[in-house]
Design a protein around this ligand. Structure first.
Ligand code: C2E
Ligand code: CA
Ligand code: CA
Ligand code: CA
Length: 280
């Protein structure tokens, strides 16, 4: 038993080392990702369920280190958060997405809003509103064409200061959405205090509808609640025609998911417009 124990211990150490090394490699690579031009944004269309038209796109970050495999955000956003690199990366994301909004508008491809994710650290960063204002001014993106997505969990951790930050952004004319709605513990009274424009129903409530009657009931309740408060509802992770039809019956406003399109490059999205695969 002792030998086995030691063996296990060794194995554990090796695994730890591998993971630490991995993390250090990621961290040092990430430090230069912006300046080396290794980051890119993909865009996932947001479709108006009543008209079938695209009204916006969510920007989703990808990292392509030189000569290596594409790294998805779940593998590096947390490290970017812990190291503080998210602040410069986040500014790059915002700037790139706002420039893209202006480019689509100029090319008369689409008059669409762009949605950008904000992490916890970015949201709490002093001067966030000034940074957003600067990027909007530099790029020429109208504030009302930018939507910032903040998760429910981040808002609920410090609801009072969150409400103040949201108010400053809202005063600038920026649209605000609560991301992953339903996964945290928002109370309705807090929701009322936040100057938000949209709720995004988390994918976990969408994937098993309409068959799962509990999830169907939750989706229906969230949509009714949001509408009673004058909010727009976006369903995430819509993959099937059945899900789309069911959400449309529930009067859900917008949807995004693989059924409509995976996140794709700005060029691919432009081509989809030109070929009429996505309606504007
Ligand atoms: P999220 O904001 O909830 O984004 C939705 C995720 O669901 C994206 O994963 C998207 O590709 C994926 N998705 C979209 N449609 C479907 C579908 O129909 N089925 C399934 N199974 N998945 C779908 P992605 O791009 O890997 O991003 C993961 C998370 O990383 C995001 O979750 C967001 O929290 C974070 N993230 C992405 N880009 C950024 C960024 O620029 N800044 C920050 N702070 N976080 C980001
Ligand atoms: Ca999001
Ligand atoms: Ca989400
Ligand atoms: Ca999520």
């Amino acid at each position: 038993a002792k030998a086995l124990g030691r063996g296990n211990y060794q194995f554990y150490c090796e695994e730890m080392n591998a993971r630490t090394l991995d993390r250090l490699t990621l961290e040092s690579g990430l430090r230069h990702a912006v300046e080396r031009g290794e980051l890119q944004l993909m865009y996932q269309p947001q479709i108006d369920l009543a008209s079938g038209k695209m009204i916006g796109a969510e920007a989703l970050l990808r990292w392509q280190p030189n000569g290596q495999r594409l790294v998805m955000p779940d593998a590096f956003i947390a490290i970017a958060e812990e190291t503080g690199l998210i602040v410069s990366i986040g500014e790059w994301v915002l700037r790139t997405a706002c420039s893209q909004q202006v480019a689509w508008h100029r090319a008369e491809l689409a008059d669409v809003r762009v949605a950008v994710n904000l992490s916890a650290r970015q949201f709490r960063q002093h001067g966030l509103d000034a940074m957003v204002a600067r990027v909007l001014a530099d790029t020429g993106c109208p504030a009302s064409y930018l939507e910032l997505e903040i998760t429910e969990t981040v808002l609920m951790e410090r609801p009072d200061s969150a409400a103040q930050t949201l108010q400053r952004l809202s005063d600038m004319g920026v649209q605000l959405a609560i991301d992953d709605f339903g996964t945290g513990y928002s109370s309705l009274s807090y929701l009322k205090r936040f100057p938000i424009h949209a709720l995004k129903i988390d994918r976990s409530f969408v994937c098993d509808i309409p068959a799962d009657t509990d999830d169907a009931a939750i989706a229906g309740a969230v949509i009714a609640l949001a509408h009673s408060m004058g909010l727009t509802v976006v369903a995430e992770g819509v993959e099937t025609v059945q899900q789309r039809d069911f959400l449309r019956e529930l009067r859900c406003d917008l949807a995004q998911g693989y059924y409509f399109s995976e996140p794709i490059s700005a060029t691919s999205l432009a081509n989809k417009f030109i070929h009429g695969e996505i309606q504007k």
